[in-house]
Design a binder for this molecule. Structure first.
Ligand SMILES: [Fe+2]
Length: 596
């Protein structure tokens, strides 16, 4: 059975193909169109997926869209009307937006792909999130919690999933509905702190470590736990449900003070800078408290050892680690793409297991579902431009790159298929020595062009992780896809400065050899040279750009940044030859002018 899953029109569109119950490929639209967070109907991703899977559209048994557009329209219409007359300015725009192509998805999909209307299926948004986490996790029976900004109406769902006798059940038992939303609560603080919503949430989490959670009483005025174990927001402090202009209200400003100017740098030595950091720490604390309480209840209710987390809120690694430590669950699973992009795969899997009742199959436990790179493409490009190119056997190449890293060079690393999801997990990474603050500052200054309070992440062989990081039971699983933040062991912090956050923690990836064997070998080779098999691993992109996909994008990023060495497959490129020629030419011209 051939299924195509699609997510679109909110943030980060994507497509995925599932054949006979197993994923074949999945990719986010932004990685192909090169427009960060591309939310348009993912024609490029669909095209690539079908071509990669060798399918014509008429070979598809169904196309599955990740949410129900009419229910979403119902929510937008209801909220806009409820907010009248405050919403009168935004009403025409909201209606035009939703009444456009977004509502008529069956017709759009049918006409774009040439598949008959009855073959277009819809899942609910949180069913897609639940499927994306439970059906990709190596567990047969788990509690499920999904939390995001909003789907149709639901913003948080809890339930359980089970594979029994080859068949799968996913029952979402309760939900919290818009406008009450943990994702919107966190995003409101993201906007208030001057960061871009849906992208700046990582920055709030990074900034939180610099502050004290001294404003939690104020944050708790915004969110109230209800006797049934849910929560409600005090809507007097918010405006996102009435207008698209601003998410927080005047009352919010009265409580927390003036918002941050997004264009002003954050100076933590000033009173305002400290207030913003405290604010970030306080919302992080309350988000974690709320999730811990809800998952604790879910654990008591289900008595299951495993929890699958989904939705954009599951990208919060600090909260995930607290859930693991405090909820009672022994293992917490977060997929590589817990956000809306992952719903493309979730929707296709949901249709396969639940709608078509196909038997459950264990999925490959990795994030590499996108286009692959070819090292010979890089060799051709770089030779044309006169750069130094080496094409080496794998053993020699790994040794050479380990030497580069040990000598302090920064390496752009492209290997095999692109990751699905927001994190570089070993196939599209910028790698560097993790030991000194200078490396971190150099990366921030010359490559990532970002604030100094954002930490870089380490990657470490699975077997060595516990030596360098304080890992509680279950932490290995959570760190498989960099989904949890854990303390760096105090005795190693001075030698892992570039990846140790201000509060002594790191969002590590513990790597099993089978998942990315070449990166694993590189860690071993680096360890033989330095005694510490840990590397700094950050996503291979410049600020504001999507993670690189093809060789050409990696090469362009290499040329435009301070990356010293670029690797794709078995090809290694350095700028040395070109730079040497430039220096020689310069010397010749100086000599000539001296002689003249
Ligand atoms: Fe979502």
């Amino acid at each position: 059975m051939n299924l195509l899953g699609i997510s679109a029109h909110y943030h980060d569109s994507a497509a995925a193909v599932v054949i006979d119950g197993l994923p074949v490929c999945a990719v986010q639209e932004e990685r192909l169109t090169r427009h960060k967070g591309d939310a348009t109907f993912p024609l490029s991703a669909i095209d690539w997926c079908l071509e990669h899977a060798g399918l014509e559209p008429d070979a598809l048994d169904a196309v599955v869209f990740y949410e129900r557009p009419m229910l979403k329209f119902d929510r937008i219409l209801t909220c806009t009307l409820r907010a009248f007359p405050y919403s009168w300015r935004t009403f025409p725009k909201a209606m035009k937006n939703t009444l456009g192509e977004k509502v008529w998805m069956r017709g759009i999909i049918s006409s774009q792909l040439g598949v008959p209307g009855p073959k277009v299926l819809f899942t609910e948004h949180h069913q897609s999130h639940a499927a994306a986490t439970f059906l990709t996790a190596p567990t047969n029976h788990a509690a499920i919690l999904t939390a995001d900004g909003v789907g149709e109406w639901a913003t948080l769902s809890v339930g359980r999933g089970e594979h029994a006798n080859g068949h799968t059940k996913i029952n979402l038992l309760r939900e919290i509905r818009f406008p009450h939303s943990l994702g919107m609560l966190y995003s409101t603080f993201t906007a208030y702190l001057g960061f871009k919503v849906n992208e700046g949430e990582y920055r709030v989490m990074g900034l939180a470590s610099y502050g004290r959670a001294s404003m939690t009483d104020k944050v708790r005025k915004l969110i109230r736990r209800t006797p049934d174990g849910a929560f409600s927001l005090n809507l007097d402090y918010f405006e996102y449900h009435t207008t698209s202009r601003r998410s927080y209200s005047k009352r919010f400003i009265d409580l927390f003070g003036p918002p941050r100017n997004p264009y002003a740098p954050i100076d933590l030595k000033t009173a305002d800078g400290a207030r913003f950091a405290d604010c970030a720490a306080s919302i992080q604390q309350v988000l974690g408290d709320t999730l811990v309480e809800m998952t604790r209840t879910l654990h008591q209710e289900t008595a299951l050892p495993d929890l699958c987390l989904g939705g954009g809120v599951a990208l919060n690694g600090v909260a995930n680690a607290r859930i693991l430590a405090e909820s009672g669950f022994e293992r917490v699973f977060v997929p590589p793409a817990p956000g809306d992009a992952g719903c493309a795969l979730g929707a296709a899997l949901y249709a396969d297991r639940i709608y078509f009742c196909n038997p459950h199959r264990d999925l490959p436990d990795h994030p590499f579902w996108g286009p692959s790179v070819d090292g010979s493409d890089l060799a051709r490009l770089a030779r044309e431009d006169g750069h130094q190119v080496d094409q080496l056997d794998d053993g020699l190449l790994i040794d050479q790159i380990a030497d580069d890293l040990a000598a302090g060079r920064i390496v752009g690393w492209m290997d095999g298929a692109l990751e699905f999801g927001p994190r570089a997990l070993g196939h599209r990474s910028i790698l560097a020595a993790p030991h000194t603050i200078e490396t971190r500052d150099q990366l921030n200054r010359e490559i990532k062009f970002r604030e100094e309070f954002r930490p870089f992440a380490p990657v470490v062989p699975f077997e060595a992780a516990d030596k360098y990081f304080q890992l509680t039971q279950g932490a290995m699983r959570l760190s498989r896809f960099m989904s949890g933040v854990f303390p760096v062991r105090p005795e190693w912090r001075s030698r892992l400065q570039a990846v140790t956050h201000i509060d002594g923690t790191a969002r590590l990836q513990s790597l099993e050899r089978a998942m990315a064997p070449r990166l694993y070998s590189l860690l071993e080779a680096y360890g033989r040279r330095t005694g510490i098999p840990v590397l700094l691993n950050t996503s291979f992109n410049l600020a504001g750009e999507p993670i690189v996909n093809r060789v050409a994008e990696g090469y362009s990023t290499f040329l435009r940044s301070g990356i010293d060495v670029l690797v794709a497959g078995q090809t290694r490129v350095t700028k040395r030859a070109a730079e040497q020629r430039k220096e020689d030419a310069c010397l010749r011209s100086v000599a000539k002018s001296g002689a003249g």
